[in-house]
Structures are given as structure tokens and as C-alpha cells.
Design a protein around this ligand. Sequence first.
Ligand code: SF4
Length: 302
Amino acid sequence: MLHAVDDISLTIGAGKTLGVVGESGCGKSTLGRTILRLIEPTSGRVLFDGKDVYAANRREMRTLRKEMQIIFQDPFASLDPHQTIAEAIAEPLKLSGEYRDKQKRGARVSELMEMVGLAERFYDSYPHELDGGRRQRVGIARALALNSRFIVCDEPVSALDVSIQAQILNLLTELQERFGLTYIFITHDLSVVNHFSNDIAVMYMGRLIEKAPAEELFLNPLHPYTQALLSAIPVPSLKNRRERIILQGELSSPVEPPKACRFAKRCRYATERCQNCEPALIDQTAEHSVACFLHSEKARED
Ligand code: SF4
């Protein structure tokens, strides 16, 4: 049986950002969608402000949906090509039933466009007339339309040019400070979440393998996979450059995950024990946990 995401426990403080990092196919997007219940989980629990999201009925879920939103990787694919920008931003307002009055709705659309830095002249434009950065601003405006407080940002800058990436990250930061938003920021690129996240969770083949405050993770990565991800980030200063770790070996099958460390086939430190048992995520300090036998003994001794 394929379990895209298994045995993951995370807590995010209000107004904070949790970066979720891992290679494509590691289950990070599934995790984001499952938290929002866009994918129904087979088991587990999500508490939002103390409310159990998975136990919510339809009516309760409609209310929760306003507060919990998603920004997608590809804004072009998530926009209807036949809708103008104003119509696309107005859609969630219409569906909520809170903005039946056309004038009120139009005013809110203009307010949202200003909030995300979209000039009024794009009001009647179509998605294909906008560049990628502006299309992502439309996606952000839609996510904010109903005053949401929690947003899953699913690779929101991966499809954008580097210069535009910085603009969108700055916009997300500004909006977070202004409205106290809480983000889960999903990305395959650790360098993107470095300055943006309070905490970082690293995933590998559907499992959480390391979690720590962002600064601590960058200074003291414990899991060999996190070390490999960090070694791939270009560093301008020769002094601070890390040895590049090239991952070799095949990925284990996600359909029949081995009863072993899922990283064992690619790990340069793998021992027989790693091939026969799966390491649990163990706290090394109050804030830093890792799932690797290189560290589990140490945690037990402490
Ligand atoms: Fe490598 Fe073993 Fe640690 Fe897995 S448990 S990451 S194989 S050393």
C-alpha cells in the first residue's frame, strides 16, 4: 500500500512559518494538502486553533476553509484562462456568500489587488497577459480574499525567475507581518526557506527525518540527507563553502517502503542496522529532532 505521508507530527505557532523541504515526490505537497483536508487522510488529526479539522462537518469545514488556504506552485494552471483577474479574485468572495453585493465585491477586489501590489490596470486583463510573478500575486490575493489566517504555500516561487522570486518572498513576508499570517512553506530548495522560516522540517520518502529552528538546521545539520541538501547550496565565500555531497544509489520504493532507514540505499554512513530497522525521530535538544541511528544512541545516553 502506498502511504505518501506517514507518522508525521508538527506544531506551528501563530504568525510563524514552518518550511517543509524535500525532493520532489517526498510527500511534502501531499502533507500540505492533507493538513487542509483537500486530500482525505486515512488516519491522524489536525488541530487548528484547538478545532479538529478532520472531525469538522460540512458547515464547519466551510468556515475553516475561509481561514485555511493554499497558494499553488503554478499560478497559471490554477487560474481559469477565461476569467479576468478581477473575476478570478472575486470568485472566492462570491462563493463565500459574504459579498453578494457587486459594488462591495468590486471594492474588495481592488483592495486585494492593492494589497498584493497588482496595478489597477490589470483589473480586466486575462491570466495570459500577466507575467509569472503577477499571476502569483493573483494567487496570493485569492488566498487572502476571505481574511485567511493560515496559508499553505506550495512551492510558490519555484516556477519564477530568481529576481521575481525575491519579490514574491518579500510580499509574503510583508503580508505575514501586516496580518499575523501563519505559513507552511513547501519547497525543494532549502536556500529559499533559509531567511523565511522560523522552523524547518526535512522530509524524505513520506517521513519527517529532521526538524529544527532554521538557523540551527543550517549551522548544525544532523541527518546525512539534510547535510547533502545543504551542501548543494552555493555559498559565495570560499571559507564557508561545504564539501559537496553527491547522493548516489537508488531511491527505495514508496509503494513497499523497506523496514529499514528509507535513506539507507543512498547514505554513505549506512550500516547493517540501518538496512534492518527504521530509526525513529528522536529529540536531540528541546528544539532539534532527527531520525538517524548516528544520533539515536547519543540521545539515549543524554
Ligand atoms: Fe544513514 Fe543509517 Fe542514519 Fe539512515 S539511519 S541516515 S542509513 S546512518
